[in-house]
Structure formats: C-alpha cells, structure tokens
Design a protein around this ligand. Structure first.
Ligand code: UDP
Length: 461
C-alpha cells in the first residue's frame, strides 16, 4: 500500500499533523493520540503555540513547528478570560499557521506525506486554514461524549429557557432533555450574561469544528458512555466518531507534562498501606480562594486520613496552606507541587481521589479503580461530577457554595472509611476493568483505533 516517491525511490512516508490547544488537559490527550498514530507508522508534526510550548527534546521522534501567538505568558484566571484566550489563540495564530503549513506542504515531498491535521475542537479557525489548503481535518475533543452532547444541545437549551439562568432557584431543576444533568451541571451556566454569550459562542464553534471535520476523536470508551456515544453518532450523522480512550492507558503522557513531576511521591506511596491514601489534585487550571484552601486543608487534617496533595503553585492565587497544617499532619501527609498523576492513581496505596473533576482526572481516577470526591469549578467539571456521583456511582460531589471543614471531613470519611465508600470503590474498580478490556486485544477502543488508522489512510491521497 506504500507508494514510492519519485525523488528517493523509498516508501512514501505518511504523516499526521497535530495542533493541540495549549492547556495541560488538552495537550496530554493530543500527545497520546499522536503516540498511538506514531505506533501505527505515521510520522508526526506538532504545531504549537509559544504559550505553554511543549519540550521537543522529550519527543525526539516528532517534528515541531512553533507558531507565534503574541499572547502574554500566564494562564487566564477566569472563565471569561479563558474563553477570550481561546479566541485570541485562533485569531493570532491564523496567519502564521497558514504560512507555516504552506511551507511544509510546499517542501519537497511535503504534500505527498501529509494525510490530515488532528486539531483540538477549539481551534476552528486553524482547521479552516488547513482545509483551505487541501488538508483534511479531524477534531479531537478532550472531554466526555456526554459533555459534547451538552455542547450540541446548548442552543436548544437556550430556546427552552433553561439558559441563561436568571434565578438561583433554577439551578436544581432537572434538564429533561439531557438527563442526568441539572441546570447547575450545564456548560453555559453562569450568572453573567457576558460570560453566557462567550461560552455559547465557544461551544457553537466547537460543534462547527467537529461537524465540518472528516472525523471526531473522543477520549472515552464504549462501556463507559455507550448511550451518549450512540446519541452523539446519531446527532452528528455522517461524521465518523472514534472513541479511543482511555488514551492514557494506550499511550502515556508524562512526557507532555508542562510542570516537572515530583516522582519522589511514588516512593512515599510505596510505604503506605493499600487503599489508605487520599490523593488530592485540582488539575492545571482550576483555582480556589485562600479561605476554601484553608477549609479543605483542615477538613483533610481532621479526617486523620493519610493524604498526598499535589498543590499546584498558583492554585489559591498565592495563598499557602494554613499555619499549623504541616505540624498537625506530620507523618501522615505529603504535599508536592505537581505529581505523576497517572501513576499515582494507578498505585495500590491510593484509595480515594479528591479532584476538581476535569475529564482527564475523572478518567484516570476511574481507570485506577479509585472512588472520587469531586469539587467542580467550571466548564465541564460540574457535568463530570454529576456522572461520577449519579451514573458511575463511584464518588461524591461536593458542589455548590463555599467549602466548610466539617463537610470536607465527613465527605473524606465517607469516601475512605465507610461501607458506602467501599461500594463506590468496587464500582470504580469495575470501571477500571472495563477500561482495561476496551484497550486489550479485541476491545472496543482497540477496534476504534484500527478504524481511525484506516480512515486516515483513506484520506491520504
Ligand atoms: N496532572 C498531573 N499532575 C498533577 C495534576 C494533574 O500530571 O499534579 C495531569 C493529570 O494527570 C491530567 C491533567 O494534568 O492528565 C489535568 O487534566 P484534567 O482534564 O483533569 O484537568 P484540567 O487541568 O484540564 O482542568
């Protein structure tokens, strides 16, 4: 099947281009997709912004093309600022990406090699650029299938009056068209009209990016989201959907970590009793107030449960753990800046996960067979927490309002030391087994990867 090139006479190389949106939770799955395509014989070129640029020396097999973005360093701090940041990346990368892609295609053998661009679904403008140059696109969404249904349903939910929310009392209303979501779990839920409009535009652009693409890649697996995947296929009529997750089990992403991972915590975990440790992490973007951080800390301390806390610098905008917390938890807890999370969650000593409910974290927790305490902040995190608690029944949602140390302490005890928590752990382990089956020989995700590879080959002219 490999044609010869006129210039070298050797086999024609096939290449995929990838362009992640530069946030940790989006970069990891994109590198994982790149990894699995490379395993199947594709050369990989990574287009990337200067903002949160990957380190090429950690991926010697890939080619890297930096695209100037003109953006200031530092992550945006609010939902509105994050959405604006995504629009700004699309806008400022458009012209330089067009130039760099044209240069790549015009280089000797360039156009011959390139099969497609896999881009984050939030990069519609850049996908348009690629298609204008004759490069087919595939969209990667790094959230769940359920979350993408929420994206697609948003205009209808606005028409029906669920959104924008005008009163606090609406938040607990069930969304009949999209069970098990309540209004408070929806993507575009916010009290600010400005923010509502921005988020609706973001979601509409992502839906357009997916529905105009030659394929849609999701980091999920059939046994986890069979109904939502079937509905997504139905609603997207015509765009092939490839559910290839859990990606971190197929192709590890530690090499795409933007922050150095403190691996010493794995040695510390080796010395802890099985399923005894609560692992705490709120991901790469979520933030909390200094007061919430203090309540969280005292709740954990008062539960007397051993813990490993990945406390990202900047989580609480400069606020530190409260005085006395270190002394109080001496010998029982370890705090690091950034952990090798996939390995931590797969470690036998970890018995629970307090998470913000980012999709990667929820998947990594489920695959590690670890029940979760979810404290969602924004975006898809509320919806993910709803699934963890209500559908997977593998965790507890701590949503709404300020944190309170007594509630935290009770939730930690429930998760780690109650019969109910043990049942959640059993269901989480069951999900972990389903995930392992999905990626094993003959499994649904393995099959999807085969289909994805064949599909990309069919796009390669
Ligand atoms: N992560 C990590 N070390 C940490 C915390 C997080 O490597 O200490 C990784 C985690 O494994 C996951 C990603 O960062 O793959 C976070 O993605 P997620 O979707 O959970 O949340 P986001 O950061 O996008 O809010």
């Amino acid at each position: 099947e490999e044609a010869s090139t006129a210039t070298t006479g050797g086999p024609r190389r096939r290449r995929v281009l990838v362009f992640p949106i530069p946030y940790q939770g989006h970069i990891n799955p994109m590198f994982q997709v790149a990894g699995l395509l490379q395993d199947r014989g594709f050369a990989v070129t990574v287009f990337h912004t200067h903002f949160n640029a990957p380190d090429p020396s950690r991926h010697p097999a890939y080619d890297f093309v930096p695209v100037p973005d003109g953006l200031p360093a530092g992550s945006p701090g609010t939902v509105a600022a994050t959405v604006e940041h995504i629009f700004a990346i699309n806008g400022s990368c458009e012209a330089p990406f067009r130039e760099r892609l044209a240069a790549l295609l015009e280089a000797p053998g360039g156009r011959d090699e390139v099969a497609c661009l896999v881009a984050d679904a939030h990069l519609l403008t850049l996908m348009d650029v690629a298609r204008q140059q004759g490069v087919p696109t595939l969209a990667l969404r790094t959230g769940s299938a359920a979350c993408f249904r929420n994206f697609m349903a948003t205009p209808m939910l606005c028409d029906k009056g669920y959104l924008p929310v005008s009163a606090e009392s609406q938040l607990d209303a069930p969304v009949r068209e999209l069970p098990p979501y309540r209004v408070r779990d929806l993507m575009a839920v916010t009290s600010s009209r400005h923010e509502h409009d921005l988020v609706c535009k973001l979601l509409a652009r992502a839906v357009e990016a997916v529905s105009t693409s030659a394929g849609f890649i999701l980091n999920t697996f059939d046994a986890l989201e069979a109904d939502d995947l079937a509905a997504t296929r139905r609603d997207l009529a015509g765009v092939p959907v490839f559910e290839v997750g859990p990606l971190h089990k197929i192709s590890p992403a530690s090499s795409s970590s933007l922050l150095p991972q403190d691996r010493s915590c794995l040695d510390w975990l080796d010395a802890q009793a099985p399923a005894s440790v609560l692992y705490i992490s709120f991901g790469s973007l979520a933030s909390m107030s200094g007061e919430d951080l203090a309540e969280a800390a005292w709740g954990v301390a008062n539960s007397r449960q051993p813990f490993l806390w990945a406390l990202r610098p900047g989580l609480a905008r400069g606020a530190a753990l409260p005085d006395g917390f270190g002394a109080e938890t001496e010998g029982r807890g370890l705090v690091v800046g950034w952990a090798p999370q996939e390995e931590v969650l797969a470690h036998g000593a970890v018995g629970g996960f307090w998470t913000h409910g980012g999709w990667n974290s929820a998947l990594e927790g489920a695959c590690g067979g670890v029940p979760m305490l979810c404290r969602p902040c924004f975006g898809d995190q509320m919806g993910n927490a709803r699934y963890v608690e209500h559908v997977w029944r593998a965790g507890i949602a701590l949503d709404g309002g300020v944190l309170e140390r007594g509630a935290v302490e009770r939730a930690v005890r429930r998760l780690m030391r109650s019969e109910e928590g043990e049942e959640m752990r059993g269901r989480a382990r069951e999900l972990g087994s389903r995930a392992a089956e999905a990626i094993a020989e003959g499994g649904s995700s393995r099959h999807s990867v085969d289909k994805l590879v064949n599909h990309i080959m069919s796009l390669w002219k």
